[in-house]
Design a protein around this ligand. Structure first.
Ligand code: PLP
Length: 424
């Protein structure tokens, strides 16, 4: 197919008429489709239905003989830490804390405590620094950026490469002592799907940071969320940091939100022994102990690493066809244009670089055709994409037939915007 840029004005006008007609025909169907948020679909939640009857009447004694119904057990059950620590956080059980249901809340607490009290190695609380800042690989997770906004932390964007964040940029920026942290979604990154290379992980662990209390906020949200038979692995950040002589550098987060139940899963924190002591000292003021029955329920249901892997395979069977439907529609309509899209091997999103100055237009066209898309710019600090080019597509929640329809409509909107932009 001839590239749009190589078409004559007459051919471009013909392509426009064709694309506009296809868009109008789609619009006339009056559909209502939502591709905005990376939520598990009801069938995915159904996979964990068996968990709702667990641990069961009378089953409340933990491996160490504690009564899971009672107060206490701040760090979480040893059996839950043993099951999830290595698989989700790359951490030994003694360096893992099991919290409540949302890793976002754990990240929130770490930021608040760092701002109010500092972290191990801090000279003063982060809020007492003139203008604390975080490095933010872009595009990234909007709720990470919202936490920075909420607490007045400056955000310094860092471009992504296929190997993870651009390390030349990171190493230059992190020399500034005002840079206290960096958001990282190291595997199947949200939203663009990158897997950090071993070299990127090594450089992040070893780089010279200006702040003695610099922290990687290592959000391993998609550790076991594979979309292909290949289970990609990344180095365990805590080990790599220790080897690099920066044992306290990483705060590691994960949850079972997209493994079992998004609203009733388990969230985790992991770190060096020093960081775990710091976390537990703060957490102990906030709660007398977490919901250990939910921890027991998860352990009884998933049982062991093989059970976790088998469960994620069932998740993959539901999710992978939806991702294929999106990429197939994009390929069908957009091959020959300058539009670029990710082909993620895990995670929850397809990311599209639709061309400078078109993303807002595409979101508006999609809205007009009954398709809800994440607002343009949402994956950038302060909601502003300087190129107005990035789109995040979230195919997990709608049914497969709805995803097929939505993907078709989205591809038509992107094509129409690309032709409009070429003609402008
Ligand atoms: N981190 C990332 C990168 C995510 O994409 C999400 C949800 O989309 C979360 C964290 C939220 O996790 P939780 O449900 O554990 O708060």
């Amino acid at each position: 197919m001839t590239a749009l840029a190589d078409l004559s004005p007459a051919d471009l006008a013909a392509r426009y008429a064709q694309a506009h007609g296809a868009y109008e025909a789609f619009r006339a169907r009056g559909l209502k489709l939502d591709m905005t948020r990376g939520k598990p679909a009801p069938e995915q939640l159904d996979l964990a239905s068996g968990m709702l009857a667990l641990p069961g009447n009378g089953d409340h004694t933990t491996a160490s003989g504690e009564d899971a119904r009672n107060y206490g057990g701040l760090q979480g059950l040893a059996e839950a830490r043993a099951l999830f620590g290595p698989a989700l956080l790359g951490a030994p059980p003694e360096q893992v804390v099991v919290a409540e249901n949302a890793s976002l809340a754990v990240m929130h607490d770490c930021i608040v405590w760092a701002m109010l009290k500092g972290v191990p190695g801090s000279e003063r609380p982060w809020s007492k620094e003139a203008a604390p800042a975080f490095l933010c690989p872009v595009p990234g997770y909007d709720r990470h950026f919202a936490l920075c906004e909420e607490f007045g932390i400056r955000m310094l964007p860092v471009p992504m490469t296929p190997e993870g964040p651009d390390m030349e940029v990171v190493e230059a920026l992190v020399a500034d002592p005002a840079v206290k942290g960096m958001w990282c979604v190291p595997k199947y990154s949200n939203p663009s799907g990158e897997i950090y290379s071993d070299e990127t992980v090594r450089r992040l662990a070893a780089m010279k940071a200006g702040a003695p209390d610099f922290r990687l906020f290592w959000d391993n949200a998609y550790a076991v969320h594979h979309l292909t038979p290949e289970h990609h692995a990344i180095p365990d950040i805590l080990d790599v940091c220790k080897q690099a002589g920066n044992p306290d550098r990483a705060f590691v987060f994960a949850s079972t939100s997209k493994i079992t139940l998004a609203g009733a899963g388990l969230a985790f924190f992991a770190g060096s022994p020093e960081n775990v002591r710091w976390y537990l000292a703060r957490a102990g003021k906030r709660t007398i102990g977490p919901d250990k029955l939910n921890q027991l329920r998860h352990v009884r249901f998933l049982r062991d690493p093989a059970g976790l892997t088998a469960h994620m395979e069932r998740q993959r069977e539901l999710l992978a066809p939806k991702f294929s439907a999106v990429t197939e529609a994009l390929e069908r309509h957009l091959t020959g244009t300058d539009v670029i899209w990710s082909r993620p091997e895990g995670g929850y999103f397809v990311s599209v670089d639709a061309g400078v100055g078109t993303a807002e237009r595409i979101v508006a066209l999609a809205k007009g055709a009954g398709i809800g898309l994440t607002p343009a710019g949402a994956t950038f600090p302060n909601g502003r994409d300087p190129r107005d080019a990035a789109l995040r597509l979230a195919p997990s929640y709608p049914s497969l037939s709805e995803v097929r329809e939505a993907a078709e409509g989205i591809a038509l909107c992107i094509l129409l915007a690309a032709i409009e932009s070429e003609r402008a």
